[in-house]
Design a protein around this ligand. Sequence first.
Ligand code: AMP
Length: 389
Amino acid sequence: MQKESLLDPGSTIGIIGGGQLGRMLAIAARQMDYKTIVLDPDAGCPAGQVADGQIVDDYASRGAARDLARVVDVVTYEFENVDADSVSAAAELKPVHPSTTVLRTAQHRLHEKNALLKAGIPVAPFRPVESHEDLRDAASDLGYPMVLKTSTMGYDGKGQIIITRAEDTENAYELLGHNNAELIVEQFVPFTMEISAICARTAAGETATFPVSENIHRNHILDTSIVPARIPDDIADSARQLAADIAGHLNVVGLIAVEMFVTKENEILVNELAPRPHNSGHYTMDGCDTSQFEQLVRVLAGMPITEPRLHAPTVMVNLLGEVWEDTGGYPDWARALEMPGVSLHLYGKAEPRTGRKMGHINVVADTIEDALYIATEARNRAWRRSPDL
Ligand code: AMP
């Protein structure tokens, strides 16, 4: 790997993956006159539309990752299911952040949970599952309900099943364990809230953590983020500290998004890590003085990071493909933008599909209630729905 150095504006950041996270990263980079080149197989991908260049190739191709590394100064990736071997290939030529070690850990739920356990981070009790027998044995330790998950390639609730009784273990194992998929089973956490905290960490080990977001999911997909999360300040501080601790333990250079459960006893359990910008951090684009994307650009460039400050309560609502499907492809943006303080972010995706993340709305307001009302109403207007539907 090459020597780390301070990259001045005008330098080029390589991004593996061309989705919305890469797009918003490229926009933040351009604001500071950093250039970006994206590697993605889709020539019209969201990030490619705004980057300075694109290599149209498979992100599992080592040759393409090397081609990218050759023409940039530093490399990052915008989703964690990218092929780790091709990221390693890029790392032979240029610095890659976060490292492939961090990527490999975050790509594999069991490795991730083991790493967290080793670091003394609280997680729900879990067991590795290699056979139906393992699953039954785990049930006697963990009790029901349990959540069976594939160790790799799961996202947005895909690749997981809640098991509520002994009779269902065999079926659940059959459903997820075919093709010898590696599995993990966790105790079901009867959480009262899901939250996340995103920490940026520099190569020198400085950290800066964003305010905690309260996340509401619908059909396993993030629907709404509310910031600050409606939890006591000391719990929010602990959540941010956990994120910074994890960043330190894993030696993350870049961003790490930490998804957590809060229980009714106000205990925090870490559920999942993502070593990249995160949907629950999109609120930072309008709600904070430094966005998650700007913070990542700064880390990649070796520039200083500072503790991000929240301007005022902020709510983000996701715009999924349904908003386009239900309006014949023409959501009513004009009516949505009549609402005060609405900031509309669209990702330039040509094909709306149910559940596909197409954009989001951020609203910064005097109170959480106002921000929630305006954001939800704006989305409903675009969707031409009355609020009570
Ligand atoms: P994940 O793919 O691990 O992020 O899980 C997706 C969603 O499933 C989470 O946001 C939770 O709502 C739910 N979930 C995952 N693991 C558990 C668990 N151990 N207990 C309760 N709910 C869970």
